[in-house]
Design a binder for this molecule. Sequence first.
Ligand SMILES: Cc1cc2nc3c(=O)[nH]c(=O)nc-3n(C[C@H](O)[C@H](O)[C@H](O)COP(=O)(O)OP(=O)(O)OC[C@H]3O[C@@H](n4cnc5c(N)ncnc54)[C@H](O)[C@@H]3O)c2cc1C
Length: 161
Amino acid sequence: MAAAATAAVAEMRVVICGGGIIGAACAYYLSRAGVTHITIVERASIACHASGKAGGFLARDWGGTFALQSFDLHAELGRVLEGTDYRPVETLSVSMGGSGGGSVLPAWADRCGAAASRLGTTATTVSLARGRTEEAALRTDKQIDEESGRGGGRAGADGDN
Ligand SMILES: Cc1cc2nc3c(=O)[nH]c(=O)nc-3n(C[C@H](O)[C@H](O)[C@H](O)COP(=O)(O)OP(=O)(O)OC[C@H]3O[C@@H](n4cnc5c(N)ncnc54)[C@H](O)[C@@H]3O)c2cc1C
């Protein structure tokens, strides 16, 4: 029974529309689950839209359960994938023209008359290089075959693009 289920998963053919972080993550986790025929249909190039233009900042505790799970999954990707530039960071909220940042601000900023409070620690906030996680997730098993440009682009994990 289990062998049949495994074989059925291996036989699946999955087409994913869009090569942003969602599409790349779906491909990565499906691949880990044993799906071998995965094609991403991307009309331009991997991480060319929101995922490649975002601030590259993740916060663990600024949302609900979904955000928590997402943060932890991203931490896993940062550990297991090469080249994501996943960096836990200390984060501050800084405003000019105030005072009171002395305890958390670097001296050069404090001298500019800035006020600051701590937003997050290395356990709760992360900086990412835009586009690198998507590329790393799609690089893991097989080289990405990609055609980009107006009119259609495809990136696949099954090599029959
Ligand atoms: C300016 C900005 C800053 C942000 N900053 C942050 C941040 O700091 N932290 C954070 O967590 N989130 C941030 N976000 C939100 C985050 O970027 C998005 O939630 C996330 O990237 C969405 O990923 P996605 O894969 O769903 O979409 P996208 O990255 O947009 O990917 C969708 C892909 O689908 C392709 N596509 C669309 N239609 C078709 C079609 N018909 N056929 C083929 N391909 C198609 C597109 O070309 C694109 O590559 C920011 C967003 C923006 C815009």
